[in-house]
Write a protein that binds this ligand. Structure first.
Ligand SMILES: NC(=O)c1ccc[n+]([C@@H]2O[C@H](COP(=O)([O-])OP(=O)(O)OC[C@H]3O[C@@H](n4cnc5c(N)ncnc54)[C@H](O)[C@@H]3O)[C@@H](O)[C@H]2O)c1
Length: 323
């Protein structure tokens, strides 16, 4: 089977590609080819079998979707996106990448001779405005950002294309995924990774929010696990709505730093300096932080055991080790 991953040079796409290239199988079928697509050419992971085709291109280009998903395509993991702050800054780019390209990919899948799988990376950013203290599977989505709106519309499209039988799709609303390797990005949530990553790599870091600030989190390893699970789920298991909020952990900054101390000692924690930033604090105040996800759990989606393990995984898999 041929699988396409968009956003394959990104944080999660790279890990998903590595996992599929290593496993060689999904849902009992052999993966013969992986097409890894991104605006920057993705690195080819070590493969235990599948042919790896890396493609650099702009997902908003006319005709690209149809060229990516050839007739042999068994399905798509659609991860390419302009993330929250980027889509807020550039409305047209956000709409083109996060909404219109999703529709083009869905159309390309619809044209295939077989019914392909389609796993769409959505976000809890679809929730916003007046929210209950604890959000659950019944909470209405009233996004307060363009990014959140684009993800909610994307979910509706995936649901409708699935209902029509054009494809077998689903949308997973991801918590904030930590610990992102590399440099801080433009996201208002970037501190959640920075306050762990930078101190572990020996650098001082500024935390712009209060210690009681909570965040709904997952590790990239669990997200990859859940994406594969979603692909493998029979269509009937979803019922009428193949969209779900994935389970996650809710932790305050204080709890995150306590975990950092348990895993790596006091020294890295001392590198975190608190310099409040009213703008970032206001954005974070508007985010949903506490979720109950009984539907995802009853369907067998996983969550991390604890934050200590998330930090250990980062140290083992992604940390830049300064000599
Ligand atoms: N990481 C998180 O905390 C988080 C949380 C919720 C949802 N998500 C969603 O999960 C998915 C993956 O997230 P991530 O953290 O890996 O993001 P990322 O930014 O690391 O990866 C996204 C990739 O999309 C690519 N891309 C952007 N514009 C493109 C274009 N025009 N053409 C082709 N490729 C383009 C980027 O180059 C990037 O490599 C995204 O859809 C994101 O919205 C992520």
């Amino acid at each position: 089977m041929h699988i396409v991953i968009t956003g394959a040079a990104g944080f999660i796409g790279k890990k998903l590609a590595a996992r599929l290239a290593r496993d060689c199988k999904i849902d009992g079928q052999t993966i013969t080819k992986l097409t890894l697509f991104d605006i920057v050419e993705p690195e080819a992971p070590l493969s235990n079998g599948p042919d790896i085709l890396t493609v650099a291109g702009d997902i908003t280009d006319a005709g690209i979707a149809a060229r990516l998903v050839g007739d042999d395509c068994g399905g798509v993991f659609h991860l390419a996106a302009i993330v929250s702050a980027g889509a807020e800054e550039d409305f047209d780019l956000g709409m083109a990448v996060n909404l219109e390209a999703n529709r083009s990919l869905l159309e390309a899948c619809r044209a295939l001779p077989n019914v392909p799988k389609y796993v769409f990376a959505s976000s809890v950013a679809g929730f916003g405005g007046n929210m209950p203290a604890i959000l659950d599977d019944e909470t209405e989505r009233t996004p307060q950002t363009s990014y959140g709106t684009q993800k909610v519309i994307g979910e509706l499209l995936v649901t409708d294309y699935s209902r029509k039988g054009f494809l077998q799709g689903c949308s997973l609303r991801l918590p904030t995924v930590v610990v992102r390797p590399g440099k801080p990005n433009k996201a208002a949530s970037t501190w959640a990774s920075s306050i762990i990553r930078e101190p572990l790599q020996g650098d001082e870091v500024i935390c712009p929010v209060r210690t009681s600030q909570a965040m709904f989190l997952s590790s990239p390893e669990i997200i990859v696990e859940n994406m594969i699970k979603a692909w493998e789920m029979p269509a009937e298991s979803w019922g009428m709505v193949p969209s779900i909020t994935l389970p996650g952990l809710t932790l305050t900054v204080e709890e995150m730093l306590a975990a950092l101390e348990r895993v790596a000692g006091k020294e890295p924690v001392n590198k975190v300096k608190f310099v409040p930033d009213a703008h970032i604090q206001k954005i974070c105040d508007g985010w949903p932080t506490t979720f109950e996800t009984p539907r995802a759990e009853s369907l067998g989606f996983s969550k991390d055991n604890d934050y200590d393990q998330i930090i250990r995984q980062f140290m083992e898999n992604d940390m830049v080790k300064n000599s």
